[in-house]
Design a protein around this ligand. Structure first.
Ligand code: ADP
Ligand code: ZN
Length: 529
């Protein structure tokens, strides 16, 4: 209709009902809306799906003028604007996908005061013309979505966000909001500083997703483990399987199909029409398993995803949390399952080392990986570890694999010392360094050609670890990496003594390791029952 509703000054709850069709605000939404309508700045940390959009859309409607939304996801802008327009909101966007004519139309509507909301990509705001345009309009509120992108230590840094720090000078008196679904304590502080929000009120929602059960098991035969996991789920459960590479996505989808599972591939290399068709089948039909790279899922609103499975290690805890967060949006029980192995660690280290980034970048990526490893190898509650990463304290959850089956621990100090002293001897006596495979061969007293050639059977630690299987040793290495006792370096994942390793070598620190994962294939919790 042409009825251009004017909600300026209206009751926010009435706007929520009339425009969006919801009876009540959820969680902090009402407080945030009230605070912003009164002209206050806000920093909003809420998990995906909690309903951040409402918190700026309602103030944009109630306050006079146009709400400016800075959003980096051009692909989502279109959908968001369409959904708003369908609700009778006068919304539009400005981005690089538009023709000059389209842009001119939007600009005209903005200046005529005919827009409730305008979505703009961050790079547009670095340009003076856009600033001048927006200065000629009346802005009701400025919402910076995905605000963690301003953090250089985050997993999603975008340089364009740095230019958003002076929006208060460019648009004085307009309340500003920074919103994100992923922020550690450090990122939270950093985005508050960089976006210049010293007086903002902070609204931090719980990041807990109690209906999601977290399970992480060692990778032995990932495809078999994955099939076993999916078969253990109720018939026709919808799920997402995340893999790192396009090739792995396609091979895994094919494998699942051959096993009679209704699986489809999704990655950026597929033709657009195939991607669209697969996505709409996933959304429409029951029980489709989407095998995808992380490109899939952003902005996909499917509430009844029953599981998210990772067959490769995510690059960061933030990424893991976001991806697993796509499960169980309806609040019903859901599972976040992952298989991970030593190969993942070595591969990710290699990717970091080979990346074109500078030293700081590599260090930051390394820290993200370390945090991810710590989550994988924790003997404590997974949820506690995860929430702790986001700065939230909690007790053991009772709904993760380590809570459900307390991992057996044993004193791994001697095993660690054997491995560390092998590394140290090779380094000191021969100036050599090796990856896990060869070191384990030495410890297990294997008679490989490489060992004979190098004369490593003459080392004092040769055969000292023959009481443990290759699999056991790999588990020990993973855990030592996660504890910082070992570090993996370079293209071949060469092992060296980590910061925490020296004390272990001197016998000054104990090394509790988990036993249940040792040599037990994929079973972990279930195999013990
Ligand atoms: P976020 O941006 O935090 O990921 P969205 O703003 O996309 O979340 O909202 C997630 C879902 O919750 C959407 O389907 C939205 O319509 C719905 N929603 C938001 N607020 C409410 C509310 N007060 N009552 C009911 N549903 C809501
Ligand atoms: Zn737990």
């Amino acid at each position: 209709t042409l009825d251009k509703r004017d909600h300026a000054g209206a009751d926010p709850v009435a706007v929520l009902a009339e425009v969006f069709g919801y009876d009540a605000f959820r969680g902090d939404q009402g407080d945030i809306v009230e605070h912003v309508i009164a002209g206050g700045d806000a920093v909003v940390l809420m998990p995906t799906g909690a309903g951040k959009s409402i918190t700026y859309q309602v103030p944009a409607l109630v306050r006079p003028g146009t709400g400016l939304v800075v959003s980096p996801l051009i692909a989502l802008m279109h959908d968001q604007v369409d959904a708003l327009v369908a609700n009778g909101v006068r919304a539009a966007y400005l981005n690089s996908t538009q023709s000059a004519g389209e842009r001119a139309g939007v600009e005209q509507a903005l200046l005529a005061g005919e827009l409730d909301l305008i979505y703009v990509a961050p790079e547009r705001l670095s340009n003076a013309a856009t600033t001048r345009l927006l200065q000629r309009a009346q802005l009701s509120v400025i919402a910076i979505d995905e605000a963690h992108c301003v953090s250089q230590w985050g997993h999603d840094f975008r340089p364009d966000y740095l230019a958003l720090g002076d929006l208060d000078e460019r648009f004085p008196g307009v309340p500003r909001m920074a919103l994100t679904a992923t922020a550690t304590r450090a990122t939270h502080t950093e985005l508050t500083e960089r976006l210049h929000l010293p007086d903002a009120r902070h609204f931090v929602a719980s990041f807990d997703r109690p209906n999601i059960q977290y399970r992480i098991e060692p990778k032995v035969d990932p495809r078999r483990q994955l099939v076993q996991f999916i078969r253990a789920q109720p018939e026709r459960s919808a799920g997402i399987v995340y893999a790192l590479s396009r090739k792995s996505v396609e091979q895994t989808a094919t494998h699942l199909q051959a096993q009679g599972i209704d699986a489809l591939p999704y990655h950026a290399g597929l033709p657009a029409e195939v991607r669209a068709a697969n996505q709409s089948r996933f959304l429409r039909d029951d029980g489709v398993v989407m095998v995808a790279t992380i490109a899939f899922g952003m902005g996909i609103d499917k509430p009844d995803v029953r599981f998210v499975a990772h067959i490769d290690l995510p690059k960061s805890v933030e990424g893991y949390y976001q991806e697993t967060g796509r499960a169980g949006r309806d609040g019903d029980p859901a599972i976040a399952w992952m298989a991970y192995g030593l190969g993942d660690v070595v591969q990710q280290r290699r990717l970091i080392d080979q990346s074109p980034g500078d030293r700081t970048y590599k260090m930051r990526m390394g820290q993200h990986l370390d945090a991810m490893l710590a989550l994988c190898e924790t003997v404590g509650c997974r949820r506690q570890n995860l929430l702790g990463y986001f700065g939230q304290d909690s007790g053991p959850c009772g709904n993760c694999d380590t809570c459900l089956t307390k991992p057996d621990t044993f004193d791994g100090t001697v095993a660690a010392q054997k491995l560390l002293s092998t590394i140290v001897r090779l380094q000191r006596e021969r100036n050599q360094a090796f990856g896990a495979g060869h070191l384990i061969d030495i410890l297990r007293g294997a008679s490989t050609e490489r060992i004979r050639q190098q004369g490593h059977d003459k080392l004092a630690t040769y055969g000292l670890g023959s009481d443990m299987s290759d699999q056991d040793w790999r588990s020990v290495v993973r855990q030592l990496l996660a504890h910082g006792i070992l570090v993996a370096r370079g293209e071949y994942g060469v092992l060296a003594v980590g910061d925490e390793g020296a004390a272990v070598l001197r016998g000054e620190a104990e090394v509790p390791l988990r036993r249940d994962v040792l040599g037990r294939g994929g079973g972990t919790a279930r195999a013990r029952k």
